[in-house]
Structures are given as C-alpha cells and as structure tokens.
Design a protein around this ligand. Structure first.
Ligand SMILES: Nc1nc2c(ncn2[C@@H]2O[C@H](COP(=O)(O)OP(=O)(O)OP(=O)(O)O)[C@@H](O)[C@H]2O)c(=O)[nH]1
Length: 417
C-alpha cells in the first residue's frame, strides 16, 4: 500500500494541497472452513470437462488476507459476493482487470481465456468490500457435480455480460437459465445485465440493442411465469467510463448504509451551496453514493479525471520516506477551476474515500462555511463507519459462539483454561 504526500501548489487552473491518495486492492480472502466447504463439494477439487475450478491448493495460495468471507462461520463481516458470468469472450475478465487492476483497455486484447474461477477480494474501505468471482465462459455451470447452490447462496449480485457486437441469442438463453436457477436458490440476488462492448455501436444502435435485449429477456421470464425477477440493464464498454458507472450502481445496491450516506450528502450540499457531490472510492473510481439530484455521465467522467490528476501528480511529486507511511491527513484536498465558472473540489474523507463536489465560483467564496460543513460531514461518515464496525464485531462474536457450540460434541464439557 502506498501513501503519498504532495507538498507543491500549482498556480494555474489546478491547485493541489497536501494529499494522500492511498491505494491497494487486497486479492483473495478466505478461511479454512470456507475452503473446505468449497472444495469438499466436488472430491479432489472442482474439476470438470477439463476446466479446473479452483483447486484447494490454488485457492489457498491466492487467498491470504484476514478478512473473512460471507459464509465463513467466524466471519462476522457480511461480505457480498459479485459473480461475473456470461459466454466466452464476452468481456468478463477485461471488466475486472480494467476496473480493479487499472489495466489499460488495449491490454485486454492479450488476455487469455479464463479456465477456472478467479476469485478476488476488493476491500478498499469499510463501505467498498466484496468478493468478485469471474467465471470461465465455457463452464458447464449446471453440471450435477458442481455445487451451484452454495455459490448462489452467498451471492449479492450476479452480473451477466452480453457481447453486444455478437449474436446474442445464445447469451439470452444462458442468461435465462442462470437467472432462474440462481433465483430459486437465492431470491435476494440483484440481477445485473451488462450489454457490453457498446463502443462499436452508434447511439441509435445502442438504444435499439438495449430495447431488444430487455424485451427478449423479460419475455422469456414472463413465459416461465417469473415476472417477479427484476433485471437491471446497463450499456457498458471498457473504453469509456460507462463500465465504472455501471459497477458503481451495482456496488451501491450492496451497501446497506446507502440511504444514510445519500441523506448526509443531501444535507451537506444544501447547506453549502454545492450543486453536486459524490463520495468516491479513489482506488476503483467507483462512486459509492451521491446526492439525490440526477447523475450525468459527463459530471461523473470529470470526477474520474480529477481523481486521476490528483493521484498522478501525487505519485510524481509526493514525498517518500518516513512521511509516506501516514495514510491520512485532514488537509488533503484538490481544487480545479473549470473555464465555465464551475469549481471542482476534492477532499479526502477517509484513507480510501474522497468527496468530489461541483459548485459555482461565487459559492466557493464561502469556502470557510463549506469546510466547516465538510468537517461535520466527515465526522458523520466516521460515525456510520463505527456503527458498521460494531455490528460486524458483534456478529463475529455471535457466530464464533455458535460455531464453538456446534464444534463441541454433545455432553463434552467446555475446555478448562
Ligand atoms: N470493443 C470492446 N472489446 C472488449 C470490451 N471488453 C472486452 N473486450 C475484448 O473482448 C475480448 C474478450 O475479453 P475477455 O475479458 O477475455 O472475455 P471473457 O468473457 O473473460 O472470456 P472467457 O475468459 O473466455 O470467458 C478481449 O479481446 C477484450 O479486449 C469492450 O468494452 N469493448
């Protein structure tokens, strides 16, 4: 994990004050119990049709953090699972690499086909914390030897990727099969359909494709008397910000504190003369909450660009050495004046979260007020964090107790210390 301190002030349209972008994605997390359960479901590890689906040894080597998964008996933390599914070459791995590994879109041309489930933990902040499971396209997901029930049971969102530049008839039938199976196991899953690779399509063509896919997918569900299954559709491409925006919306649905965060943002902007505010995870550029006014793509793109500028300049000019270890500074911020009398204001909220606001130049004259309100806002966010941590701790304690009771055979006295 890196922390950078930027000391210089640029006297032009961009002005940066001490800043601490901190980034890092924890890859892999599990516990022995969870691994056991997973690999027990198919003897000798999960292998079928020549497709190795995470052998126990592989899982152990790629899973080495202390954050426990959703279904872990000791894991008080409820860590939602996001599944990336879809036909081969639809773009699943590219999405994961671009959003969470900062891979440049062109590099995805050289990605090899995934031949086993790749699992990754994304734990950038207390709010952005989930597991992503990237499934190989050719996997026969419904092979009887494969424990799909266990997988769906712990799933928060299922993203089904459809290649919009390809014929999507087969993809739609696979989508229907996947969704209906998953719904039977876990009706609480959010079903998200990414109509992907839309960069090659004209605007009219995009809308037409979306309408057609939407209609066919919902007709299939209606024919199966499953109209109650709700599918959300997004037009995405790794070549622009649409994939980050879509992922933001998927992740937001998994944050139980979202209404509280939105409320706090509404109160903050209405009392500070701010027009729009986003709470960003600086590592992934996923926005985890915004105020209740509508989001337009350009505004979102500007925010992403601002975060990039801040991180890049911080990386180039940031101090290294002793001070680099300090991950958080209340003074961290950046101000960018646009040539249309709009000011963009970025401030660190926690070591992974940044608040990015848009306001008129005249409103920015009352910077003291904005900073005071920001101080209150940051305090409130901290309190939301603290409550979440407390809930997680008590859940952990509870499940540990439950687990130790189960582990003790009937009548066995509790160990003496
Ligand atoms: N034009 C365009 N190409 C994309 C996009 N996303 C991915 N691709 C390309 O699609 C191809 C397949 O991408 P992958 O990410 O390997 O697809 P996958 O679904 O993981 O494939 P499997 O591992 O075989 O299941 C690559 O050449 C990517 O560069 C996109 O948004 N637009």
């Amino acid at each position: 994990m890196n922390a950078f301190r930027f000391r210089h002030t640029i006297h032009s349209s961009v002005c940066l004050c001490p800043l601490h972008p901190v980034f890092g994605v924890n890859i892999g997390s599990s516990s022995d119990q969870q691994l056991d359960r997973l690999t027990e479901s198919v003897p000798g590890g999960l292998v079928q049709s020549g497709v190795a689906i995470l052998s126990r040894a592989e899982m152990e080597t790629t899973t080495k953090t202390n954050i426990l998964g959703l279904s872990d008996p000791f894991g008080g933390e409820v860590k939602p699972r996001i599944l990336l599914m879809g036909l081969r070459r639809s773009g699943k791995s590219s999405i994961q690499k671009v959003v969470f590994h900062k891979m440049s879109p062109n590099e995805t041309l050289f990605l090899e086909s995934t031949n086993k489930i790749c699992r990754e933990d994304v734990s950038n902040s207390s709010f952005v914390s989930f597991q992503i499971w990237d499934f190989p396209g050719q996997i026969d997901f419904f092979d009887p030897t494969f424990d799909y029930e266990m997988i769906f049971r712990g799933t928060g969102a299922l993203i089904f990727v459809i290649d919009s530049q390809d014929d999507y008839v087969e993809a739609l039938s696979r989508l229907h099969l996947t969704v209906t199976r998953a719904y039977k196991v876990n009706p609480n899953i959010n079903f998200e359909v990414f109509i992907h690779k839309v960069d090659g399509l004209s605007d009219d063509h995009k809308i037409e494709k979306q309408r057609d896919i939407h209609k066919r997918a919902n007709d299939d569900l209606a024919d199966a008397a499953l109209e109650r299954i709700h599918l959300s559709f997004y037009l995405t491409s790794i070549y622009d910000h649409s994939i980050f925006e879509a992922f933001s919306k998927v992740v937001q649905k998994l944050i139980p504190q979202l209404p509280t965060l939105e409320n706090l943002l509404n109160i903050f902007i209405s009392n500070s003369g701010i027009e729009k505010a986003f709470l960003f995870d600086v590592v992934s550029k996923i926005y985890i909450a915004t105020d209740s006014s509508p989001v337009d793509m350009q505004t979102y793109e500007l925010c992403c660009d601002m975060i990039d500028v801040v991180i890049d300049i911080s990386c180039i000019y940031g101090l290294t050495g002793e001070e680099a270890g300090i991950p958080y500074d209340k003074e961290s911020m950046a101000i960018i004046r646009l040539n249309n009398t709009t000011v963009m204001y970025l401030k660190e909220v926690t070591k992974f979260l940044a608040l990015v606001c848009f306001l008129r130049e005249e409103s920015f004259e009352r910077k003291g007020l904005i900073d005071y309100n920001f101080h209150c806002f940051r305090k409130a966010i901290q309190e939301v964090f603290d409550v979440r941590v407390k809930v997680q701790k008590s859940r952990k304690l509870l499940s540990q107790r439950r687990w130790s009771k189960q582990a003790m055979p009937n009548g066995t006295p509790a160990p003496q210390h």
